[in-house]
Design a protein around this ligand. Structure first.
Ligand code: ADP
Ligand code: G6P
Length: 485
């Protein structure tokens, strides 16, 4: 279950309704997993006040959970995307802390928990996804103690110094501890979570275990908190990129751009975590200094519409579009645009063609749980060409060490990396891309889901030393005194 279903219901100008793939990395990763599993997907259909019966879509059973307009405002745009999202991405934007948002978050989480409880077979496995549903694991356990419950956080989990700002930090921790396994993108995220558990609840931890003591009629339990770096359907993406019509489309894209020597590409949801303004600043300065010229280089920036009713996203869109207009006005010519800016979604085939057309992919995120765009670019490049510039603040940078790693806050460093990428000799590009492709091939999305689900299955029945199970060596465990209430 996830806040957003893999398909969104869209209504066109003539009032005709249709389904379209939802944006974001969560859906990209989970769609192939769900198609193979034969399970049901519980989530919201992407439009307010829509009561829809369960249906089948592309081999997946869909169980819609309705959200009203005010749920969207308070639970989704408010608490999920204006409190948790900026807080978990290291407060790049200021989170809002509003009690009415929090109260509705809890109400909607209960609705999701009840929807999952109603459709799950006895002893079923329920895998809860992402930060919008952090209270669901404990709520679901209360309703259905027979279920095996996993949780995966697709975004970072912040250090305790930041997390502790949240007025409802203890409730969030208790919500997540309802799961048998809590998964994170990076080892650091899992460590931050365990530390928050120790600080707020005083429960003993020994990586990857957390001992939750028994309370009332709830027995003591051992929860696993561990990193499972997510990935993409590598073979599926490779197959897409190998299609002759996709390769032809890539050639056509380059031709339509005026066949420049270098095509650079950015693909991001229009989100302040993605560092799009930092990238534009670096590129604009390179053009201003004459280190790059629009005769030779062009940047294609895809900025996918996202969360358009949240004020910080509106402001960001204005800022980006102003900057793009300025750079094009200052440096573009009749025949050569500095930036080709696209603010809409594309079919997967078109995305693959864009990756094939791009000599350089720019990923300059200020903080990103994983960044699947980086992995898609690598998967598409069976020709072992193309240079990946990758922010060290992405989860992907843990694995993709052969990229040109950058600190996006260091504008001079970003500029140097762009020039280095453009000038990189073919044999260096091949060496790096080969190494990147090896890493991406090792860990595709089925490996990710299998290793999570195997850990989840094996977690059932583990003994807890504090509940009177296996012998317990106190020295190996870390216990911190919880703060006074
Ligand atoms: P996030 O989850 O924060 O959006 P990721 O990079 O992990 O970031 O995942 C983004 C996913 O959305 C990728 O699979 C990418 O191909 C897809 N995507 C991004 N922009 C578009 C677009 N304009 N059209 C279609 N797919 C897109
Ligand atoms: C990220 C989040 C997902 C979210 C997606 C799109 O990938 O991790 O949970 O679904 O962005 O954002 P949206 O708010 O449109 O669902």
């Amino acid at each position: 279950m996830s806040n957003r279903l893999p398909v969104d219901r869209v209504v066109d100008d003539s009032g005709e309704a249709s389904w379209r793939q939802s944006p974001g990395g969560l859906v990209t990763a989970l769609e192939p997993v769900m198609r193979a599993s034969g399970g049901a997907w519980v989530g919201w259909v992407g439009q307010p006040d829509l009561e829809i019966e369960p249906f089948d879509e592309n081999g997946i059973r869909i169980i819609p959970v309705p959200l009203s307009d005010s749920d969207l405002e308070l639970y989704y745009e408010g608490f999920s995307n204006d409190t948790l999202w900026p807080l978990y991405h290291d407060v790049i934007a200021q989170p809002g802390y509003h009690r009415v948002w929090w109260e509705r978050y809890a109400v909607v989480n209960r609705r999701f928990a009840e929807a999952a409880a109603a459709v799950s077979e006895p002893g079923a496995t329920v895998w809860v996804q992402d930060y919008q549903l952090q209270l669901v694991p404990a709520m679901l356990r209360e309703l259905r103690p027979d279920l095996l419950i996993g949780f995966f956080n697709h975004i970072p989990f912040p250090a305790y110094g930041i997390f502790s700002q949240l007025p409802w930090r203890t409730q969030i921790i208790e919500g997540l501890l309802g799961a048998d396994v809590v998964g994170f993108q990076r080892v650091a995220d899992a460590g931050n979570f365990s530390r928050a558990v120790r600080r707020l609840r005083g429960y003993p931890t020994r990586t990857p275990y957390i001992e939750v003591p028994g309370m009332g009629d709830q027995p003591a339990r051992r929860v696993i908190a561990k990193a499972f770096p997510i990935s993409i359907d590598v073979a599926g993406f490779e197959e897409l990129a190998a299609r002759p019509e996709v390769q032809e489309r890539a050639r056509q894209i380059r031709h339509d751009l005026g066949d420049p020597a270098t095509v650079m590409l950015g693909v991001d949801r229009l989100d302040y975590t993605k560092g799009i303004t930092h990238r534009l600043k670096a590129y604009g300065e390179l053009l201003a200094e004459g280190r790059l010229s629009v005769e030779d280089v062009t940047l294609v920036q895809i900025a996918t519409p996202s969360r358009e009713r949240v004020e910080s996203y509106r402001q960001l869109r204005d800022e980006i579009e102003l900057t793009v207009g300025r750079i094009n006005g200052d440096y573009g010519t009749i025949s050569h645009q500095a930036i080709s800016y696209l603010h809409h979604g594309f079919p997967r085939e078109e995305m693959a063609a864009m990756y094939l057309a791009a000599d350089v992919l720019l990923v300059t995120a200020l903080r990103d749980g994983m960044n699947l765009v980086a992995k898609e670019y690598v998967a598409a490049r069976a020709d072992e060409d193309g240079v990946l510039i990758l922010s060290e603040f992405t989860g992907a940078s843990d694995e993709l060490r052969a990229a040109l790693l950058i600190n996006p806050h260091d504008i001079d460093g970003v500029k140097d990396a762009i020039v280095r990428a453009i000038e990189m000799p073919r044999h260096d590009r091949r060496k790096r891309m080969r190494s990147l492709r090896k890493r991406v091939a090792e860990n595709d999305v089925s490996h990710w889901s299998n290793s999570f689900l195997t850990t989840l299955r094996e977690s059932r029945g583990t003994q807890t030393p504090f509940g009177g199970g296996a012998p317990f060596d106190e020295g190996e465990w870390t216990i911190e005194r919880a703060p006074r209430p």
